[in-house]
Every structure is written in structure tokens, then in C-alpha cells.
Design a protein around this ligand. Structure first.
Ligand code: HSE
Length: 434
């Protein structure tokens, strides 16, 4: 049975709020609370390291002088007058312990921390329930796109079989920039300067951020618990401009796709760069947009889209959670079943090779593909590339991940291969493979 959080906050009482973290998201939350002046909600405390530096900034100087700034977390965790703790710092440690302390004290917690919820969500939800506290984390997935409340409230009546989409704004910003001919490193630097990227950009570009969000979505929309570390995850760093040129010839583009599906007893999940048909709504996401597509057994496909990164969009999600808590309407979890994951999907594949050109390469590659039973669909070689580092592409008809990986492993050993072949799943318009 779904359980609903039963708020203990009396309707006429002011909800006193402490904010942990005054970075990109935290400062936007404070600014939004100041600008919108929600009745009955008061920001009373801000915790950050080095508050002297933080307090002199533009946003901070406009906040109410009655806010207490502190570098001591105990000022917040041990303060019985604080009703809600908003966490925008991120990371597993020490945040797990801090939020446990807050929940145990009966404080409600609003967090944007996807790694913590992906890895420790089940235990934290249980703790929250034991102490009649709310734990809400809509801002942890897709920034300003309210996909978690939408699936919790709007899709409970369906059985969601598949989720696929773009869950990392930084990767989408980089890849849609590369689609327009921009350099990978320039795009990453711009994302970092704008505050979209995680502190460690590896979390974005290597897929760990999207993978954590995928686990949270699987939990809320499909009621399955997944171990993030079990999900095959590939970096976007291996994608080059040449891949966008070849993708265009296939009427596709490249995006970081996170996907999970359930068929029978199998949970299939993957995160990584993927060829997406230009006819799919997923391909139309540019910049920091996120896009989540759910496929329900009864209701079919539903698409959610909007800004997935950045201070203000994420702050809207955080503040909406805060208001839900203050109004006693923050819903909690459905029963979740822990499930093992496989990355095995039946799909067509895009293989890009870079070779020292000489006769017989295509024949050797097609031999390796034939030996595992993979059927070539097309071979693309644009003129004009240097013969001593020639990039060309082979696409295959649908076959299993393990099949294509066996062929690629054999092909990678060919002496003419100058680098590890790039192997990308190709989504199709009717894709239900993941
Ligand atoms: N770094 C994340 C992204 C934003 O680029 O999507 C916060 O989840």
C-alpha cells in the first residue's frame, strides 16, 4: 500500500527552515525564498564552510539579516526549533550521517543529493518513516522537471515498464554543442563555469550522475531497487565530432541516454552515449535540457522535459518540495523490491573504427561480425579523412550486447586499429529494447 506522509506541522505554525550549502543550488534556493515570500515559511539558518566569503556575495547580502549563518552543523542538527533541513551540498559522507541525525530528531529533509538517495535511499526512507518525518528528493532527478511527483502522483495507476531519456544536463549541453560543431573541452569548461557540472566532472561525463538518477526513477516509477554499481555505464569522452558527422548520415544524433526496462524477471539498464534518431523527441533536447520518457503498460508513452541543471531550475524543485512538506502533502514511497540488473539488450549497433588504412580491413571486420552472427546493416566512409587515421563506421542489425561486445573485442586486436573501436547502441523509433 502506498503510504502518505502525515505532516505533524500545525497549519498555523511557521515552518522554520535551515539550508545546508550556499553554492549554485543553495544560493538560488535562498534567493527564491526571498523573492517569492511564501507565507508561513521562514529561512532561519544557513550552514556552509567559510561563511565570511559566502556572506559577502550579491545574493547573500540581500537576504534577511535575521538569518543565522553558521559553520557548525550541530547548530542546525541540535536545534529543536528547525522543522525542515534543505540539503544542497551533495556526496555520501558526511551527509548520510547528518541527514540521519536530522531525521532521527524528527526534522523533515528536502534534498537534491542523488548519489545519497540512489545508494542509501531505502534506509533513509525507513528512518524517516520511523520518526514520522518527510524525506523528499524531487530535485535529485532532472533538476527543474517535476518528474518524480509526476510519476508518483500521475502514473501510480499504470505499470511503468520502461524509462529512457536524458538525465544529465551537462552531457546534453556538451553533446548538443558538439552536434553544432563545438569542441568537447570548450563545452565542458562552459558548463563548469555556468555551474551545471558536478564538482568532479567525471560524475557527469562518465555517467555516474545519470546512473544515480536512473536508480531513483526506477525506485519511484517502477518500485524496483537497483544497485547503481551494477548498471553498465559508459563515458561520453570517447565520442568525437566525426561521430556526429556519421550519425547525421544515419539521420541520428548522439546523446547520453539512461534507460531501464523490465520484462518478465529481467531488469535491463544501461547509461552511456547512444545514437538517437532525429525523429525521436529525445534528439530535440538541447543545452541543459533533460527529457524523460516513460512507457506504461496501459497508458503508453509519456514525456517530461525541461531544464535539468542549473541553480534556478533545481531551486524551483527544492522549494516546491519544501512547500509540499510545509503543507503536509509530501508523499513518500511505495514498496520497493531490490532487483539484479543486466546490461544485455537486443539492439542495432554503431561501430566506429579509426585505422591505418590498407586493403582487407572491411573484410576482416565483417569476418569478426559474421563469426558471432552479427549482421551488417551499413558501411559508411566519408571521403577526405587522412588515410593514416581513417575513421569509418559499420552499423549492424539488432543483436545482443554480449554478441557485439565479443566481436568488438576481437576487432580491437587487429594491428591496423589505431584506437579502441567505439560501440554505441542505436535507439530506434519503436525502441522498447532497453
Ligand atoms: N550536474 C547535473 C547535470 C546537475 O549536469 O545534470 C545536477 O544533477
Amino acid at each position: 500500500m502506498p503510504t502518505k506522509f502525515d505532516s505533524t506541522l500545525p497549519a498555523n505554525k511557521t515552518t522554520r527552515v535551515a539550508l545546508l550549502g550556499f553554492g549554485t543550488v543553495g544560493s538560488s534556493v535562498a534567493q527564491l525564498l526571498r523573492a517569492q515570500k511564501f507565507p508561513g515559511v521562514e529561512l532561519t539558518h544557513i550552514y556552509n564552510r567559510n561563511i565570511d566569503r559566502k556572506r559577502t556575495g550579491d545574493t547573500a547580502s540581500k537576504l534577511s539579516p535575521s538569518i543565522l549563518w553558521t559553520e557548525k552543523i550541530d547548530d542546525i542538527l541540535n536545534n529543536p526549533n528547525i522543522d525542515v533541513v534543505i540539503e544542497t551540498i551533495g556526496g555520501l559522507s558526511p551527509m548520510e550521517q547528518w541527514l540521519k541525525t536530522a531525521l532521527t530528531a524528527g526534522k523533515h529533509v528536502v534534498t537534491a543529493n542523488k548519489q545519497l538517495i540512489a545508494y542509501k535511499g531505502a534506509a533513509l526512507v525507513k528512518l524517516a518513516r520511523q520518526h514520522n518525518a518527510a524525506l523528499v528528493y524531487n530535485a535529485a532527478v532532472a533538476g527543474g522537471v517535476p518528474v518524480i511527483p509526476a510519476v508518483l502522483h500521475g502514473l501510480q495507476g499504470d505499470t511503468v515498464r520502461r524509462i529512457a531519456g536524458i538525465l544529465n544536463g551537462t552531457c546534453n549541453f556538451i553533446l548538443s554543442g558538439m552536434e553544432a560543431g563545438e569542441d568537447y573541452h570548450d563545452m565542458l569548461e562552459t558548463a563548469q563555469a555556468a555551474g551545471y557540472a558536478e564538482a568532479d566532472p567525471s560524475a557527469d561525463v562518465d555517467g555516474y550522475d545519470a546512473r544515480a538518477k536512473l536508480c531513483i526513477l526506477a525506485r519511484t516509477a517502477m518500485q524496483i531497487g537497483l544497485d547503481p554499481d551494477e548498471i553498465p555505464t559508459a563515458t561520453i569522452k570517447t565520442v568525437r565530432l566525426v561521430d556526429f558527422h556519421y550519425a547525421r548520415e544515419l539521420n541520428c544524433t548522439v546523446r547520453q541516454i539512461a534507460q531501464v526496462s523490465v520484462d518478465g524477471t529481467h531488469v535491463r539498464a544501461r547509461v552511456g552515449p547512444t545514437l538517437v534518431p532525429n525523429t525521436s523527441p529525445i534528439a530535440w533536447s538541447h543545452g541543459t535540457q533533460n527529457l524523460v520518457m516513460t512507457t506504461g503498460e496501459f497508458g503508453g508513452d509519456v514525456v517530461f522535459s525541461g531544464h535539468g541543471a542549473g541553480g534556478n531550475p533545481t531551486a524551483v524543485a527544492v522549494v516546491s518540495d519544501l512547500l509540499a512538506v510545509a503543507h503536509g502533502s509530501a508523499s513518500v514511497s511505495l514498496p520497493v523490491k531490490q532487483r539484479p540488473v543486466t546490461g544485455e539488450v537486443m539492439a542495432p549497433w554503431y561501430l566506429r573504427f579509426v585505422v591505418q588504412d590498407k586493403p582487407g580491413i572491411i573484410s576482416a571486420i565483417s569476418g569478426s561480425l559474421a563469426r558471432v552472427g552479427a549482421n551488417i546493416d551499413s558501411i559508411l566512409q566519408r571521403p577526405g579523412y587522412p588515410k593514416d587515421a581513417l575513421p569509418f563506421v559499420v552499423t549492424t542489425e539488432p543483436c545482443l550486447t554480449s554478441t557485439i561486445e565479443a566481436a568488438v573485442a576481437a576487432i580491437a586486436k587487429m594491428p591496423t586499429m589505431l584506437e579502441q573501436p567505439l560501440c554505441l547502441q542505436m535507439l530506434t523509433d519503436e525502441d522498447k529494447s532497453a
